[in-house]
Design a protein. Sequence first.
Length: 97
Amino acid sequence: MSEVNTGPERDGLTPRQARGVRIALSAAIMTAVAATLALRLGSTHSVLTVGFYGIALILSGTALVLSRAGRTRWATLILGIGVAVAVVAEWAVASMG
């Protein structure tokens, strides 16, 4: 019997699996950012802290929506760069004061 699918074998994740991984990653990062925000608000009452972590939460949600829409590369880019910039900016402002 011959195989119907004679195309080359794919290595790595299928697009559906990649979306699932990025959705789970976005949700986990969103939960971690929310927990960190709650801890930071216990030690400081800065509006900038709320702003920076709020931005990180918004970017995590955006990545989650993009992943569900199949835009996993954009979701990864937004999630990685956006959340990192928000956390580093908050740390930089906190270290100045």
